[in-house]
Design a protein around this ligand. Structure first.
Ligand code: FE2
Length: 374
């Protein structure tokens, strides 16, 4: 039976202002920063740029060797063991203020979703009073943040093009982003040379984040024509990449970078579905990273998404990817309870996927049984 599709109600969407694209485009960063440094010279704080760089590059700066760093710039190497917590963002704010750098001419995020989201959150919080947790939700930021530039070094999360930066509040367990037009990057650079050294498994897990966002969106109750168009194209590109013999060839890395960007645009104008709430449960309770958590959740998604379930597992097999199993096998009752709570809290995507009576489908027993399949 055909679904009764409802409008998302989203009528106004902010995109990234400008982007550079193509092999070698990283060198454009120096030109952008030169302009920013010139524009914003002031008495107290001259031309500083704050970089948030994935810690992977700390002892491996060769891929970033084109970037010209000046003396008063500050580099933070982002720890990617944990996904960003609101407390960590507050710590960065404190440190930046202590260094007298609270008014930099730009913030540059270089890395995967964790580094990009960290740079977006810090840019926001430097220009908005209070703590990062005050702004978890929708349209709570009052001021435009510091000019921000995003440079993805792995493809799939879409962080480069979304209006959110996902943060976990350790004290409340809430995993929710600062959803705001102010969170969108002002400029991004998509240079597929930077994704060359990603491991095959990680390349797949992260790339699949785009594919999963898009099928969740296309299977939702709340849709719009633009979100659908972006989603279809992103999924098409993902399938081309992961159905091919050489998923990490030059051309495929470039395609996946586009799929990620377009996938991010898709979720800026639509909602996700069942996978992301369960994945958030795995991240909050067991500390499993977002993209691999999504893939683990796919073990239990046949009843919700039968077509893509088969497609997904065929691609896993084709690319010989290892997806962990039985991660929820031997948990305590308390842990299952936490998993249930941190899944069911995501009402928007669950309503999008299953309707407003989603709790009748996702009873506590059902949710726990689904986790036991992972
Ligand atoms: Fe995601």
């Amino acid at each position: 039976m055909a679904k009764n599709i409802l409008d998302t109600g989203i009528k106004l969407v902010k995109n990234v202002n400008r982007y550079n694209f193509g092999k070698g485009s990283l060198s454009e960063l120096n030109i952008i920063l030169d302009n920013r440094r010139e524009l914003t010279i002031n008495e107290n704080n001259k031309r500083a740029v704050i970089f948030f760089i994935d810690e992977y590059f700390k002892n491996n700066m060769e891929p970033l060797s084109k970037i010209i760093f000046l003396n008063n710039d500050k580099i933070f190497y982002v720890n990617t063991k944990d996904e960003p917590h609101t407390e960590v963002i507050d710590e960065y704010k404190k440190e930046i203020i202590n260094l007298g750098l609270e008014d930099p001419c730009a913030i540059v995020g270089i890395g995967g979703g964790i580094s990009l989201d960290t740079s977006k959150a810090v840019s926001n919080i430097l220009k908005n009073e209070g703590k990062a947790s005050d702004y978890q939700g929708w349209d709570l930021l009052k001021n435009q943040g510091v000019f921000k530039i995003g440079i993805p070094t792995i493809s799939g999360t879409g962080s480069e093009s979304t209006r959110t930066c996902v943060l976990t509040n350790s004290s409340t367990g809430l995993k929710l982003g600062m959803n705001s037009d102010y969170t969108v990057f002002d400029h991004i650079i998509m240079d597929s040379e930077l994704t060359k050294t990603v491991t095959r498994n990680q390349y797949f897990y992260t790339g699949m984040d785009a594919y999963i966002h898009c099928f969740e969106s296309l299977n939702g109750n709340y849709r719009n024509a633009i979100g659908d168009a972006y989603s279809r194209e992103s999924m098409r590109l993902c399938k081309e990449v992961f159905d091919s013999e050489e998923m990490m060839s030059d051309i495929n890395r470039e395609k996946l970078m586009v799929a990620s960007y377009v996938g991010g645009c898709a979720i800026a104008s639509s909602y996700v579905g069942v996978v992301h709430p369960f994945s958030a449960g795995l991240s909050v309770v067991l500390g499993i990273h977002h993209c691999i958590a999504n893939c683990i959740v796919m073990r239990a998604m046949e009843q919700f998404y039968p077509m893509v379930y088969n497609e997904f597992w065929n691609m896993v097999e084709k690319q010989k990817i290892v997806i962990p199993a039985k991660v929820c096998d031997k948990l305590t009752d308390d842990e299952y309870e936490c998993l249930y709570n941190s899944t069911i809290i995501h009402e928007k995507p669950l309503t999008n996927a299953l309707g407003s009576n989603f709790k009748e489908i996702l009873t506590k027993d059902n949710v726990i049984n689904l986790f036991k399949m992972m």
